[in-house]
Design a protein around this ligand. Structure first.
Ligand code: ZN
Ligand code: ZN
Length: 250
């Protein structure tokens, strides 16, 4: 595994973004980086998502904290769980737990190792890290067991692939646009101080959730500019300023 692979930036006391350069290895995905977030409490630290598994994410975390570490999976897509096997404690929503139990290969990347969950993330659960908590929100839409995490100290909502300013993958078999819309409404009304998404610039204004909702409605109503998406011939890319939506070609 690579060392010095992640670009690390501190967002707040005890909160860092570790950026995994997915655009360097699979540029056709039209995504630049995967964001992992390390949240450090007095007693233990949580790594929200573990990246592609190409960089040594455990070593990167150990430059930031010496506390016991667990990893929380926003969802089961390979670019978010590739490093999960490095952790002894791994939590994910029960709906997606079976997907971590077998290894599989990803073209251009290699093997994503098995990392069977050691526990579950359910709506309303509160994880105490010591002096700060993460509250679990089930936010389906991008995938059925997608989870977000609200930090009591900063008010940041770590929202995975539900909301970020980049190319959003809404065209996959995992996506449910009705559920996604409901989750975006929840994010928009959350009162979070920032939305920290799973890709691209790590900290966004909460108003982004509302803008995505409007854009999704516009795209589905034919009020958008779109182009083919070469990586997935069944999808079109609808572009709206600082983000784009990939949607099934109707
Ligand atoms: Zn995903
Ligand atoms: Zn993703």
């Amino acid at each position: 595994m690579h060392t010095d692979w992640f670009a690390i930036q501190q967002l707040a006391p005890g909160v860092w973004a570790l950026q995994d350069p997915i655009g360097r290895v699979v540029p056709d995905y039209d995504v630049g980086v995967v964001n992992l977030y390390l949240v450090d409490g007095h007693d233990r630290a949580a790594l929200i998502d573990s990246g592609m598994g190409l960089g040594d994410v455990m070593a990167a975390c150990r430059t930031l904290t010496s506390k016991p570490l667990l990893t929380l999976c926003s969802h089961s897509h390979w670019d978010h769980v590739g490093g999960a096997h490095l952790f002894t404690e791994r939590l994910i929503h029960p709906i997606e737990a079976p997907r971590l139990t077998e290894a599989y290969d990803v073209e251009g990347i290699g093997t994503i190792r098995r990392a069977p969950p050691t526990g579950a993330l359910n709506e309303g659960d509160v994880l105490d890290l010591g002096g700060r908590t993460l509250t679990i929100w089930h936010t389906p839409g991008h995938s059925p067991g997608h989870t977000s995490f609200l930090d009591s100290q900063t008010g940041y909502l770590f929202c995975g692939d539900t909301c970020y300013a980049g190319t959003l993958w809404m065209q996959t078999d995992d996506a449910n646009l009705d559920h996604w819309r409901t989750s975006l409404q929840r994010l928009a009304a959350s009162g979070a101080t920032a939305l920290c998404g799973g890709h691209e610039e790590p900290r966004q204004q909460p108003a982004l959730a509302r803008r995505l909702l409007t854009a999704l409605d516009d795209a589905l109503a034919g009020r958008s500019t779109s182009a083919p998406f070469p990586f997935d011939p069944g999808a079109r890319k609808h572009t709206f300023g600082d983000f784009s939506l990939l949607l099934r070609d109707a």
